[in-house]
Structures are given as C-alpha cells and as structure tokens.
Design a protein around this ligand. Structure first.
Ligand SMILES: NC(=O)c1ccc[n+]([C@@H]2O[C@H](COP(=O)([O-])OP(=O)(O)OC[C@H]3O[C@@H](n4cnc5c(N)ncnc54)[C@H](OP(=O)(O)O)[C@@H]3O)[C@@H](O)[C@H]2O)c1
Length: 239
C-alpha cells in the first residue's frame, strides 16, 4: 500500500457521541481506561488527532507569543526533525494554532510512550510559526495550499517517517475528513452503555463547511468483544 493502514480508535456513547456528559458518569472511567489499554495492542507507532483535541488535552490552550515582523520567509517544504522516533503524535492544525513548547508529548500513562510531534499544516501558516516549530524541533508537513488533502498527508507520513499504521483518534471532524476521503480501513469502537441524549455534541463522524457529506460508507464486522459492565469493543473493517 502506498499509504499507512488506518484504524479509527474511539470511545462513544450508545448515541454515537464522542464528547458529552456521559463521560462524567462514574462508570465511564472504566471504558476510557480500556480505550487506553487497547491502544498499544495495535502496535502502531503513530497516532493522530485534530487541533481541537490536541488543544484540549495537550497544549491546554497555550498561545504562543510569536514575533512576526522579523521572520524571514520560509519555503513551504516539509521539515523532518526526527525520522527515527519510536512514536509519533500527529497534530492536524491547518493554520498553525497549537502552542507547542516542546518537540514531543510525554507519555501520560503506562500504555503510551513519548510521541515526537508532527504538525500537519496548510501553506497559509505564518513564517513565524514555522520558525518556532523548527526552533523547538517539531516536524511539520504540508497537506495543501489552503485545504488539506489527507491522501497526500498519509502518503507523506509513510514516505518521510516510515509510518505503516496510524491510529486515528478523533475528534469527530478529523474522523469525518478521513471518512470523506475513503481513508479508514478499520474502526475500533469502545461502546459505552450510556445514552448521552444531547443533540448538539460531536459524533463519531462529522461534516462541516470545509467538509462535504460523504456517501454512506459500509463497514463489516471483524470481531465483537463483550466488556465488563455492559460495554462492547466492536471491530469493523471497510474492505
Ligand atoms: N471519545 C473519543 O474517543 C475521543 C477521541 C478524541 C477526541 N475526543 C474529543 O473530541 C472533541 C474534539 O472533537 P472535534 O471533532 O471538535 O475536533 P478535532 O477533530 O479534534 O479538531 C477539529 C479541527 O481540526 C482541524 N481539521 C480537522 N479536519 C480538517 C480538514 N478536513 N481540513 C482542515 N482542518 C481540519 C480544524 O482545525 P482549525 O479549527 O484550527 O482549522 C478543525 O477545527 C474533544 O472534546 C475531544 O476530547 C474524543
């Protein structure tokens, strides 16, 4: 395959929500823990999240104070700071908004290793942001001039970093982008036996102004495992 094998690994409520009050219910913690435990079973050296998820969990809304005036123009070519990392944390951040201060995300539980950060950008990003990423040793790749083409992105990840498998780990807008481009090979879904009930929270696959709704995509059951406390781990493939 020209591109990596892509597994979308997620937790949802019975009504398909990836966020919401159901995650604050006490019994939900068991399922988010199982989600983390399952992650290494796929033996993938790369995981990917959208800008919103990265901001919420890792940069915690930190804003960079960049000096724009004095930055010389930087060519829009991919930058590989580390091609031998044991793990890669790939951040989809089209306009360069994430306030990274280090080149890797530290392991936050025994199931995750430190991940070298790779930013996925469009060419609209500022020179000052590129200069900052280079300074702190974050890798970056371009996925398009104004809009991202994820087929190009994943092929670059394979060619530049030898990534053969990616765990696509949300949120719903990023998952929806991959669904749109027919890039999901497998779905690993931890189904939490709680109905959230909200009508306005993010679901497993979303659309947006920058994303047309895709045609319905068929999934085929590969395996189903009963979890404790009425949960399920569902594995589906698309081919
Ligand atoms: N239940 C789970 O398993 C799970 C897993 C992961 C995350 N989450 C939750 O999901 C929530 C966030 O989900 P989300 O769907 O709102 O956000 P997201 O997918 O994390 O990030 C969306 C952002 O990524 C960029 N992006 C994604 N697709 C793009 C495309 N095709 N073209 C250009 N840019 C694109 C855009 O950034 P810009 O806005 O900068 O343009 C977009 O706003 C968080 O609360 C997180 O905790 C849940």
């Amino acid at each position: 395959m020209k591109r990596p094998y892509i597994i979308c690994h997620m937790v949802t409520s019975l009504d398909g929500k990836v966020i919401g009050d159901y995650l604050k219910v006490e019994r939900a913690a068991y399922f988010t823990d199982i989600y983390e435990k399952i992650h290494p079973r796929y033996e993938s050296k790369a995981w990917m999240c959208g800008r919103v998820t990265m901001e919420e969990h890792f940069t915690l809304g930190h804003k960079l104070d960049l000096i724009h005036e004095d930055t010389p123009p930087i060519s829009r070519t991919d930058y590989v700071a580390n091609k031998n990392a044991t793990s890669y944390a790939i951040a989809v951040d089209p306009s360069g908004r994430l306030g990274w201060t280090e080149s890797s995300i530290e392991s936050w539980n025994e199931h995750r290793t430190d991940g070298h950060i790779v930013e996925v950008l469009t060419e609209q990003v500022s020179d000052a942001y590129l200069s900052h990423l280079k300074k702190i040793g974050v890798s970056y790749i371009f996925g398009g001039k104004e809009q991202l083409n994820f087929t190009v992105v994943v092929e670059k990840l394979k060619n530049l970093f030898s990534i053969d498998k990616i765990m696509l780990e949300g949120g719903g807008f990023l998952n929806g982008s991959f669904l749109n481009e027919g890039l999901i090979d497998e779905l690993s879904l931890i189904l939490v036996p709680i109905a959230d009930g909200a009508s306005n929270s993010v679901t497993l696959f979303e659309t947006s102004p920058f994303l047309n709704k895709t045609k319905p995509v068929n999934f085929f059951l590969k395996e189903v495992k009963k979890l404790d406390d009425s949960g399920l781990w569902l594995k589906y493939v698309t081919k």
